[in-house]
Design a protein around this ligand. Structure first.
Ligand code: ZN
Length: 329
């Protein structure tokens, strides 16, 4: 699944959610800390994190994964920003949208709704200044750079983070685990798509309704994560393969199809490492390929169903043969 460029832009726009959707973050005594502000985002982020941590052996470059997902003032539409500030305080720093259960961030007692003010004494860039940037690409670059600041700090070991929670500021120690470059996001968009942009694995809200289970979601997310691990977005850009409809013609289509086959094979290994049921992979793809309304957008650059099935079945057989011949632990 690859995206036309307009979807990449749409991906950055996270609309504000209705007040009722917000999970309580004020921990009463004995009250479990909130792990997410938005349940759907949390599903995506948690699955991508699980794939990234478990799949680490398949990734030439690893990332320090803390188990966090963020939201930024700049993510919100202009008219929603005053409310985002009032509700989440995202004008003060990098807002925490999700904390994956059992992750280093959860062990550090970070909570959804917290705002990261600084890491190892270095303040995060001003969210208001980033949000005021008029160029959308530059705004997204600056937002990603804020998140990068934390990743860079975690590369050197546990980091000291100053966190705003309610009216207080507290200092916590945040550790990480090495994993694949697994950064998941849910984009507010009515279009059906899932895609990899080189940095993030992105699912649209419009597409989410298609998935019957977390297992199905994992198949699509592992495929997109594989694109990022294999650096396909960068490779196709470097070879001048355009986004949009021209991608599906001639040489471009052949290059794209080769990356699709490669991503499918790696996705099988990622799913196996994370303990997902490999027998659930092909039923999902068959169901997706059977959807005529999404054929152009999602499947047109992909191999046909039969080629995909041969490719995936061979990868599953390889994974199972390797598991069968591995010495018992
Ligand atoms: Zn793909």
């Amino acid at each position: 699944m690859r995206a036309p460029i307009h979807l990449l832009i749409a991906a950055a726009a996270l609309a504000a959610v209705p007040a009722g959707a917000v999970q309580p973050t004020s921990a009463q005594p004995g009250h479990a800390p909130a792990s997410f502000l938005r349940a759907d985002d949390h599903r995506i982020v948690s699955i991508v994190h699980r794939l990234g941590v478990a799949g680490r052996a398949h990734c030439p470059e690893t990332l320090p994964l803390a188990g966090l997902a963020f939201h930024h003032l700049a993510d919100y539409r202009l008219q929603d920003r005053p409310e985002a500030i009032a509700r989440y305080g995202v004008d003060r720093g990098v807002g925490i949208l999700s904390v994956v259960e059992g992750s280093p961030a959860a062990r550090a007692l970070l909570e959804a709704g917290d705002v990261l003010l600084s890491v190892n004494g270095v303040s995060f860039p001003s969210p208001a200044a980033i949000a005021a940037e008029r160029d959308e690409d530059e705004r997204r670059r600056l937002t990603a750079a804020s998140e990068q600041l934390l990743e860079d700090a975690l590369r050197t070991g546990p980091a000291r983070v100053d966190v705003a929670r309610g009216g207080d500021v507290r200092t916590l120690t945040l550790d990480s685990v090495p994993g694949c470059p697994a950064r998941g996001r849910l984009a507010r968009s009515g279009q059906d798509n899932a895609f990899a942009d080189g940095r993030y694995v992105i699912m649209t809200t419009g597409f989410l309704g298609f998935f019957r289970s977390d297992e199905e979601l994992a198949v699509a997310l592992a495929h997109e994560l594989a694109h990022n691990i294999l650096r396909h977005p960068q490779q196709l850009d470097a070879r001048g393969v355009p986004h949009g409809l021209l991608r599906h013609i001639g040489r471009n289509a052949r290059l794209v199809r080769a990356t699709e086959m490669e991503a499918d094979r790696l996705s099988v290994r990622l799913l196996a490492s994370a303990g997902y049921d490999l027998d659930a992979i092909m039923p999902f793809w068959r169901r997706l390929h059977a959807r005529p309304d999404t054929a152009l957008q999602i499947i047109s650059a992909h191999p046909g169903l039969r080629a995909r099935e041969r490719n995936i079945s061979a990868a599953i057989a390889e994974v199972r043969a390797a598991a069968a011949s591995a010495p018992p632990r």
